[in-house]
Design a protein around this ligand. Structure first.
Ligand code: ADP
Ligand code: MG
Length: 338
């Protein structure tokens, strides 16, 4: 098991502070906006950066004092960083030669990885002769070559276009499911995190906001920031909730809480045809509600009927509730001082 305990790193205007665990065979997605500290966290685990405090543990071994080479970590960087003058096979074998594996073992291991990543037909090509997706798989094969104890992937699909990302995502998921090492995958895309990970850790400004399975995170987001970041639409402030007759705190009205075709009247304001689904924006109780589903046969100006299943409405924490409390306590402590 990989464990990060009180791991901290400060840069001017930025502070990372995390505690988390990844079990063997599990993939943790580290999700967060640009600049939230995802790459910094990976570099600390890989030993490419020294923490200000805290530790990195692999089972009973503390990795923190070890140099990067001694950590047995496989790392795929955002830009893959393949050797341009080496073939696919040679790229995969590079680290093994450095580690002085014998030729027969190298050949056997490279063949296993070419097989795992479906790269046999490309074994003798150089990186410039490969597609983006193939390069990505070479980088992954190279990271796995020396049988690392931990696998770290920094935006592994970041450089690819959308369609290819979706294809490769499932392939990457399949490959990761076959490797028994704890893996951290960095992404800023919530749907990617959901597809690939057993656990998702949501990072904001260097701090973990929420962790859980994809289902836990999506179905029970903690606050409006999390809900919105995960792609929810009907996320309301305390004031808006009050206007709708809900208790005085922020709320999420998830899609499954909204039933079209019966109940209160609502005015259709916008209709967005999306192919498999149609989205509607409705004016309801003074708010704008977003609904997406099968063709509803409704157009702007029509009157729709909507019923809300209040048992499925998700109450949210006031944003920064804890921070405000901490600040309040902080001020009290200081004011008690003579
Ligand atoms: P992410 O990968 O989530 O986009 P990073 O971990 O790259 O975020 O960066 C987090 C913050 O730390 C950013 O504000 C970035 O500018 C800062 N940062 C990262 N590396 C350094 C460095 N070597 N020196 C100073 N600041 C850095
Ligand atoms: Mg990054």
């Amino acid at each position: 098991m990989l464990r990060l305990t009180g791991l901290q790193k400060t840069y001017p205007g930025f502070a990372l502070s995390v505690t988390l665990e990844v079990r063997p065979g599990q993939t943790l997605a580290l999700l967060g906006p640009s600049g939230s500290g995802k790459s910094t966290l990976l570099r600390l685990v890989a030993g490419l950066e020294v923490p200000d405090s805290g530790q990195v543990w692999l089972d009973e071994t503390e990795l923190t004092p070890l140099p990067s080479e001694a950590r047995q970590v496989g790392f795929v960087f955002q830009d893959y960083a393949l050797f341009p003058h080496l073939s696919v096979s040679e790229n995969i074998a590079f680290g093994l030669r450095e580690a002085r594996w014998d030729n027969a073992s190298i050949r056997k291991r490279v063949d296993e990885l070419l097989d795992l990543t479906h790269l046999f037909p490309h074994a003798h090509k150089r990186p410039e002769q490969l597609s983006g997706g193939e390069r990505q798989r070479v980088a992954l094969a190279r990271a796995l070559a020396h049988r690392p104890q931990v696998l770290l992937l920094d935006e592994p699909l970041g450089a690819l276009d959308l369609k290819l990302r979706q294809e490769l995502l499932l392939e990457l998921r399949a490959i990761l499911r076959q490797t028994a090492v704890p893996t951290i995958v960095v992404t800023h895309d919530q749907s990617e995190a959901f597809v690939i990970a057993h656990q998702v850790t949501l990072l904001r400004e260097g701090t973990i906001v929420q962790q859980g399975t994809p289902e836990q995170l999506f179905n029970r987001p903690k606050n409006r920031w999390v809900a919105t970041f995960l792609g929810h639409r009907n996320v309301f402030t305390t004031e808006q909730s009050r206007q709708m007759g809900l208790p005085a705190r922020p709320h999420l009205l998830p899609q499954e809480a909204l039933m079209l075709g019966e109940g209160e009247e609502a005015r259709v304001q916008e209709r967005i045809f999306k192919g498999f689904t149609v989205a509607l924006e409705l004016a309801w109780r003074g708010q704008r509600l977003y609904l997406e589903g099968p063709e509803p046969g409704l157009h702007p100006g029509d009157t729709a009927r909507i019923r809300v299943d209040w048992s499925k409405v998700v109450p949210l924490e006031e944003e920064g509730e804890k921070n405000e409390l901490r600040e309040l306590l902080g001020t009290q402590t200081t004011s008690i001082k003579p």
